[in-house]
Design a protein around this ligand. Structure first.
Ligand SMILES: *[C@@H]1O[C@H](CO)[C@@H](O)[C@H](O)[C@H]1NC(C)=O
Ligand SMILES: *[C@@H]1O[C@H](CO)[C@@H](O)[C@H](O)[C@H]1NC(C)=O
Ligand SMILES: *[C@@H]1O[C@H](CO)[C@@H](O)[C@H](O)[C@H]1NC(C)=O
Ligand SMILES: *[C@@H]1O[C@H](CO)[C@@H](O)[C@H](O)[C@H]1NC(C)=O
Ligand SMILES: *[C@@H]1O[C@H](CO)[C@@H](O)[C@H](O)[C@H]1NC(C)=O
Ligand SMILES: *[C@@H]1O[C@H](CO)[C@@H](O)[C@H](O)[C@H]1NC(C)=O
Ligand SMILES: *[C@@H]1O[C@H](CO)[C@@H](O)[C@H](O)[C@H]1NC(C)=O
Length: 322
């Protein structure tokens, strides 16, 4: 009997407290792509029409492992209060004022950076005070993979290179068409860039099988997502067997012939018409098309480097890991 009474009392007390003023979040976690825009929402009770002069909204951000928080946006008594805004958010953070009358304090951050990730506090004063936390995660998939193939000078080996930028740090795997791993002989290095992204470069030196295509896979462990680029051996054929060069060597003699034949015809006609006046004097002069051989040498010394266009496919293996 006594217990039931205390429980009832407690419940009524809680109801009274929560009826006073509560901030709520419709979504606790936001995961966004680097460079995109995000809007995070806190809700507060508005009874009838909103009196802006009584409203204060503070958004603060705290990164994981850091003790100090940054002020993202402050609305004080209905007016924006920029002096206290952290410089990281100047020009990038805004409160959607039109939504306030519905009791929605929506923070918008444009071109999200890696350093924007963390815990966001929204604190609202409006005939009462309350706050909630929202988590923002920022990911950057290794969308664009640059590939390059070079012939190792003086050897029959090739240097395969894949490079891309993203976050968090990805592992790189190499495989052939039969999914046989080639990662063992690959060297993967990375640097942390100023924008917080990782610049990952993987280099594989080996003797390829000319009838196989190869791929490099960037695996983003934390996001459980992967992107890959394919390197076609057709391109290697060009490097090794000079497929493109033979085409050039065919075109050049054609050009020379096109130039030589009409001039030879003209000379022949001139000779016919002046046959009687100039007998036998110029007969032995010949056109010398030796420039052809010089050109061939020029094309042989062409660089052996081959830059391939980027072919990227991506897939999310599963749901985003938290
Ligand atoms: C992000 O917001 C800005 C400003 O509102 C806008 O110009 C831009 O197009 C938006 N970008 C995306 C990816 O929606
Ligand atoms: C809401 O507003 C009405 C009239 O404006 C008032 O009677 C009522 O007490 C208010 N309720 C709360 C919870 O403030
Ligand atoms: C290689 O693996 C991919 C998926 O990981 C699969 O789609 C493909 O069929 C596999 N190929 C071979 C030859 O096993
Ligand atoms: C990998 O590459 C880096 C930089 O290019 C080099 O310093 C390192 O020695 C290489 N590691 C191996 C195992 O080849
Ligand atoms: C990434 O690193 C590679 C070499 O490690 C470098 O050539 C490239 O310029 C870097 N990319 C960026 C965007 O810094
Ligand atoms: C090269 O690849 C082809 C096709 O996958 C295969 O039949 C052949 O055995 C491979 N050769 C070598 C030397 O691995
Ligand atoms: C390699 O890729 C190219 C183009 O992507 C394709 O035309 C060719 O058939 C592929 N070669 C093999 C052996 O699968």
């Amino acid at each position: 009997m006594f217990q039931i009474l205390t429980m009832l009392l407690l419940e009524t007390q809680l109801c009274v407290v929560s009826a006073l003023f509560t901030v709520e979040v419709p979504q606790q976690l936001y995961v966004v792509e680097y460079g995109s825009n995000v809007t995070m929402e806190c809700r507060f009770p508005v009874n009838g029409s909103l009196d802006l002069r009584l409203l204060t909204v503070v958004w603060e951000q705290k990164r994981q492992g850091q003790s100090k928080s940054k002020e993202v946006y402050t609305l004080r008594n209905g007016k924006a209060f920029p002096p206290s805004q952290h410089h990281d958010y100047i020009g990038r953070a805004a409160l959607l004022h039109s939504e306030l009358k519905w009791g929605r304090a929506i923070l918008q951050i444009t071109s999200v950076k890696i350093t924007d990730a963390g815990s966001y506090l929204c604190l609202i004063y409006y005939q009462g005070v309350d706050y909630k936390y929202i988590t923002l995660e920022v990911k950057a998939s290794y969308k664009r993979i640059n590939t390059q193939v070079m012939r190792k000078p003086g050897e029959d080996k090739f240097i395969f290179m894949c490079q891309s930028e993203g976050f968090p740090l990805a592992e790189v795997f190499w495989k052939n068409e039969k999914n046989f791993s080639l990662s063992g002989s690959a060297n993967t290095t990375y640097t942390l860039m100023t924008d917080g992204l990782y610049n990952v470069t993987s280099i594989l030196v080996f003797k390829p099988n000319m009838s196989e295509n190869y791929s490099c896979i960037f695996w983003n462990k934390e996001l459980n997502a992967e992107t890959s680029a394919h390197i076609s051996t057709l391109a290697l054929m060009g490097t090794q067997y000079s497929g493109q060069k033979s085409l050039i060597l065919f075109i050049i003699p054609m050009c020379v012939m096109v130039a030589v034949v009409p001039s030879a015809l003209i000379i022949l006609q001139k000779r016919k018409s002046f046959k009687n006046r100039q007998p036998k004097k110029d007969r032995k002069r010949k056109l010398n098309p030796n420039m052809k051989d010089e050109n061939r040498d020029d094309f042989n010394s062409q660089t052996e480097d081959l830059y391939l266009s980027t072919v990227t496919t991506s897939k999310d293996i599963g749901s985003v890991g938290l």
